[in-house]
Design a protein around this ligand. Sequence first.
Ligand code: PXP
Length: 243
Amino acid sequence: MERLRLGINIDHVATLRNARGGSHPDPLRAARLIRQAGGDLVTVHLREDRRHITDRDVERIKAEIDLPLNLELAATGEMYAIARRVRPQDCCIVPERREERTTERGLDVVRQEESLRAFVGGLREAGIRVALFVDPDPAQLEAAARVGAPCVELHTGTYAEAEGAERDAELARLARAARLCRELGLECHAGHGLTYDNVGPVAALPEVVELNIGHFLIGEALFRGFVEAVAEMRRLMDEARGR
Ligand code: PXP
């Protein structure tokens, strides 16, 4: 099977830095290690409240890191302007609520078709590859195709939190959604809540070509070191792909 791309979300290196308000640990230092660890993309979420990654982090990563940047952002005018100026290789559009701890669910593309069509169109015009972060729901995937997004990222959070039969059902839902992506001509990515224990079955879905993983790896890096933590994820993904 085709090698899966691995985007490493380094938001929580910035969370740790911001806890003390200084410059250590520097997310750029993590970004510099991604390639050697087996990752392919630097993924960051520039949140409206800047609780972790800042505008300066985004600028520095774009200027100094020789890997594609995947910028996650909400569909707001402010983020649109930033994306058009920074021109990352990829943008993943996510829903955002200030009070949430993390991105709890996928984007409701069905209810925002008009505005998302313009947003996606404008980013594509700037040469950015756009993904919509959606739950594995056929109606949302069909709407993503209608608004002209070339890619979707399937939200794996519900799968990651489920156990036993419920987890099997969520995996089946992800598998059906990944197949529908292929039928609709959407490139299929996945992410959220992935760990060493649950990544295998998602990595084995043949239609999925990219995973974005953050929180677990940054936590694991405290114990194993960043490179080793990422390299183990790479190994598990390759194993699941039969490589
Ligand atoms: N993909 C998207 C679109 C996200 O918003 C996030 C969380 O910021 C992730 C992937 C990574 O999730 P996690 O940190 O749980 O691995």
